[in-house]
Design a binder for this molecule. Structure first.
Ligand code: OXT
Ligand code: MG
Length: 568
């Protein structure tokens, strides 16, 4: 009670912990060291789950995806300068992908840093973080810790979510203050992400445009998945009768096998649609900026639903902008549609379905191949069945061919089950995402990784074994980046895209007590994955893929600049 606290003291360490707990933050991803080692220990003692990683970037990616999965800011805790910089990539990634995250870094003596006198790990971290995140704050007085964290939480989750940096100088932790005053200084953030209700006129305008369409299309982005408005989104899509495309991390919002799914008729719907409704999807490079060859010649009208007003008209004209949070917007649509909405023209839906079924049928035989060494389709055909049978498992995916082909082949059945490289197409999210997904959801994780992609975070297999997480990693080992067949004819160095041939990544897992398997055929792969998913034991399967099977940059080879002078 307040009376008991009279005369008692608290300090920065305890106030940080109390402020986090008061706001329901009970999991931290980080790497210990000066000046936050004791903070980590004390957090753990106070009942916070502190996941200790091998590299801050992986802890940061874990925090970012924890934010996506929970709508609460994922927290990454690092030391100063180098640790901070290691975490910063993930913070920028969170901001780009609109995931709520807070990077908390210890920092060195302000007086010395500002005079540039060469302190231990000297760096003006606040200034460096600022351009890479939504907001950045520094707390200098213990009495401001409560406000500092409240501001960080609000900035991370309200409006369009993103990354926030919170700078805590070493000196802050030891600062002592009266315990009662300290307790009073803490802030429990109320309604951290207030609903943003769309204007009724905007809702009506959007529905009028949708109603006028002959060939409408709905595109669901990961913003729609983030919203956790799954039932209303499904109701809205079904009531509209409009074919839908799901961006990579939106897959499963509605099952990929849904009658209205246009996932396997992507180029057809993008070209031929006359009205396109974007829900939590941005017209960035992944959608060819809403123009050019991908979108065909026929004129198009875009309706866009996004929480960020500045998103509108970013690439092309948006004839019906609807600004608000996705949950509020979609429920407003449902209400405004009323009881007698006539669904999209049936001939368009059947044209799309026909194209989709053709593409699915074309791919089917490739997925049956039991050839050894495996090609991508043979290996993915085996995994596709496993995911179908285990729709609650989380599917993590990175690589080039390993990513692009898995996206097409592996159907998702439930929302927020597919986690991948996101807006930047970044390699290195694999183990951080897998760890956070296991921790935050308690569900088993299947991570399908290119051998290059895995290398960016591979050391975290030790972390996975240490925490005994139910993660099964499958490495599509084709001896390199895109392919394992390049040759350098200039000298004896290997080509820049190839790795040691015949590597056995499974042995890395065995080194830490996990299960390692070398799989050379789809049957072996299937058996090993099923066993891992049943046992929940940390497992790494080295899936041997034909080094010649992949293509340059997977599905995005067109983005490589070409030299006109290149020797043939
Ligand atoms: O309609 P059409 O005919 O067009 O057909 C489409 C669908 O309709 C159809 N489809 C289907 N058919 C049948 N059945 C089903 N179920 C079905 N579903 C779909 O299939 C086609 C394709 O569909 P899709 O995929 O939806 O459409 P499309 O056209 O591909 O979509 C466009 C995009 C842009 C939306 C999509 O391609 C996309 O999301 N792409 C993301 C690409 C991406 O982000 N790639 C990662 C980056 S690549 C590169 O940068 C790499 N690096 C460099 C690097 C990076 N990234 N990061 C860092 C920190 N450092 C360096 C590196 C190092 S990749 C990489 C490593 C690669 O090596 P690995 O060993 O890891 O991997 P491997 O390649 O395996 O060796
Ligand atoms: Mg590879």
């Amino acid at each position: 009670s307040e009376q008991e606290l009279q005369g008692e003291l608290t300090d920065g360490f305890h106030l940080v912990i109390d402020a986090l707990k008061l706001n329901g933050i009970n999991t931290i991803y980080g790497v210990p060291g000066i000046p936050i080692t004791d903070l980590g220990r004390m957090m753990q003692a106070a009942g916070i789950r502190v996941l200790s990683f091998r590299h801050e970037q992986n802890a940061g990616y874990a925090a970012s995806i924890a934010g996506f999965l929970t709508k609460k800011p994922g927290i990454c805790l690092t030391v100063s300068a180098p640790g901070f910089l290691n975490g910063l990539t993930a913070l920028a990634h969170a901001t780009t992908n609109c995931f709520p995250m807070i990077l908390i870094s210890g920092s060195s003596e302000r007086e010395i840093v500002d005079l540039q006198q060469g302190d231990y790990e000297e760096m003006d971290q606040l200034a460096i973080a600022k351009p890479l995140c939504k907001a950045a704050f520094r707390v200098l007085h213990a009495a401001d810790i409560g406000i500092g964290l409240a501001r960080a939480i609000r900035a991370a989750v309200s409006g369009r979510p993103g990354g926030v940096y919170l700078d805590l100088p070493a000196k802050l932790f030891g600062q002592v203050m009266d315990a009662a005053a300290g307790a009073k200084s803490l802030v429990k953030v109320i309604d951290a992400a207030p609903a943003q209700i769309p204007a009724p006129s905007a809702v009506k305008r959007a529905l009028d445009v949708l109603k006028s369409a002959k060939r409408p299309l709905i595109i669901l982005g990961k913003g729609a998945a983030y919203a956790q408005a799954d039932d209303d989104i499904r109701k809205f899509v079904e009531k509209s009768g409009v074919p839908f495309l799901q961006m990579s991390m939106a897959k499963g919002l509605l099952p990929d096998t849904h009658a209205q799914s246009a996932g396997a008729a992507r180029s057809t719907v993008l070209k031929d649609a006359d009205v396109v409704m974007l829900i939590g999807a941005r017209l960035n490079w992944l959608l060819s900026h809403g123009k050019g060859k991908t979108w065909g010649d026929a004129p198009k009208k875009f309706i866009q639903i996004d929480i960020e007003p500045k998103e509108m008209d970013s690439n092309v004209e948006i004839v019906a902008p609807v600004v608000g949070d996705i949950g509020s917007c979609v429920s407003a649509f449902l209400e405004a549609m009323g009881g007698n909405w006539s669904p999209a023209p049936a001939d368009w839906l059947s044209t799309v379905a026909k194209k989709r079924d053709e593409n699915v049928a074309k791919m089917a035989p490739k997925l049956m191949s039991n050839a050894s060494p495996m090609d991508y389709h043979g290996a993915l055909g085996a995994l596709r069945t496993i995911v179908k049978e285990r729709p609650d498992a989380i599917f993590v995916n990175e690589g080039a061919n390993t990513l692009d082909l898995a996206r097409g082949v592996i159907d998702m059945y439930k929302p927020r089950k597919r986690l991948d490289v996101g807006t930047w197409g970044v390699m290195g999210i694999g183990m951080g995402y897998s760890i956070a997904a296991a921790i935050e959801t308690g569900k088993p994780v299947l991570a399908v990784e290119g051998d290059s992609a895995f290398g960016f975070s591979g050391m975290e297999v030790e972390t996975i074994c240490r925490y005994k997480l139910p993660i099964c990693i499958v490495i599509f080992n084709n001896d390199g980046i895109y392919r394992g067949t390049d040759v350098n004819s200039a000298n004896s160095d290997p080509a820049t895209t190839v790795f040691v041939k015949g590597s056995r990544y499974d042995k890395m897992m065995e080194a830490f007590g996990g299960v390692g398997v070398n799989a050379t055929s789809p049957d072996e792969l299937k058996r090993a994955v099923n066993e891992a998913m049943d046992s929940g034991k940390p497992t790494l399967i080295n899936a041997v893929i034909d080094p010649a099977a992949g293509s340059e940059s997977g599905r995005i080879g067109n983005l490589n600049p070409q030299s006109a002078l290149k020797k043939k």
